[in-house]
Design a protein around this ligand. Structure first.
Ligand code: XMP
Length: 319
């Protein structure tokens, strides 16, 4: 659109003015916000931008792989991929408290990101895909402009030790505007319409302890769910849709065998900005398909339930 075109041009000019000849780093999460921010900054300063993507081992099925392909295809950008899965899983071992998980993931992310950033010479700026609602939410909750409530939003806050100046080209935009901007910049449709995915990833969608066995089950269930949601034409209508692993055992029967396995909860919500959300009134047929497929295809699951709570008082994520 005309508005987005002029916004994009304006934003590119501002970035050029702000950073001059300096090097900029940006943490790519694979989501819309950081990708759009990367595109804008790339337009402004080209290969003086270096993006860092940290694979934390808490991503969905094939996500890191697809992301690599997609980004390489679309952007002739400097991108560094760091696989730090083992560091994250080790640090999360036996941890059950949701906020502890977040803290640990945030800390390991910072360490990995910082170590990678140090390999790049003369970096002066750190770019982030912060949106307007991210700023309001943290201000209203804590009375200050530091993102505490979602400390890992958009792949993390500023590593303080690094003393970098911030570049936040999206900070007055809402999600729907960022999507329009992404389209305007020629970003892949799939990327533009991606549902939000939290920084701590699948770790906060497994209640309690996170381990590779549980991650495997959740990944498979989530992939089935998303496939069915997409096929039924619901993906873009939903703010988020995902599976949650409840590592509680319940009894079932398969053939003539008694089973005693985990539960998967389906979460699907509509929302404008995640401050409030309604549980989605998905057709029973779709829910039935998801349930049948998960129970038949995912080893370790014998029961699927649908979460019919809205926000507030429930939150979108289970942890
Ligand atoms: P809740 O669960 O608070 O989630 O209703 C609101 C939105 O924020 C996402 N979310 C997070 N994003 N780091 C993130 O980057 C986090 O720790 C985190 N917790 C929740 C959630 O997916 C939803 O879109």
């Amino acid at each position: 659109s005309w508005t987005m075109q002029s916004f994009a041009q304006d934003a590119v000019d501002k970035i050029k003015n702000q950073v001059g000849d300096n090097q900029v780093i940006l943490g790519l999460s694979g989501g819309v916000d950081s990708s759009v921010a990367a595109m804008l900054i790339y337009k402004a300063i080209g290969r003086k931008l270096t993006c860092i993507f940290v694979d934390n081992g808490l991503l969905r099925q094939d996500e890191a792989k697809q992301l690599k392909i997609r980004l390489k295809q679309h952007l002739d950008i400097n991108i560094r991929f760091v696989n730090a899965s083992r560091d994250f899983l080790k640090a999360l071992d036996k941890v059950t408290d949701p906020e502890k998980k977040r803290k640990i993931i945030g800390r390991v992310f910072m360490d990995v990101f910082e170590a990678e950033a140090k390999k790049i010479k003369d970096v002066q700026f750190l770019a982030q895909g912060t949106l307007y609602p991210d700023i309001i939410e943290s201000v209203s909750a804590f009375g200050g402009p530091t993102a505490v409530i979602k400390s890992h939003h958009n792949v993390g806050g500023l590593p303080k030790k690094m003393k970098l100046k911030l570049v936040e080209p999206l900070k007055y935009l809402f999600k729907d505007e960022v999507r329009l901007l992404g389209k305007e910049l020629g970003l892949d449709e799939d990327l533009v319409w991606r549902q939000p995915f939290p920084g701590p990833g699948l770790a906060i969608r497994i209640l309690g302890e996170v381990n590779s066995q549980r991650l495997k089950i959740l990944r498979q269930a989530d992939a089935v769910l998303l496939e069915e949601i997409r096929e039924a034409g619901y993906y873009r209508k939903l703010w988020q849709s995902f599976a949650v692993l409840l590592p509680l055992k319940s009894v079932g029967v398969m053939g003539d065998q008694r089973t005693y396995e985990n539960i998967i909860s389906i979460r699907a919500v509509t929302s404008k900005d995640a401050m409030t959300a309604d549980w989605a009134k998905l057709p029973h047929k779709l829910l039935g398909n998801i349930s049948n497929r998960i129970i038949n295809e995912v080893k370790g699951v014998n029961r699927v339930v649908y979460d019919i709570s809205s926000k507030p008082p429930a939150t979108i994520e289970w942890e």
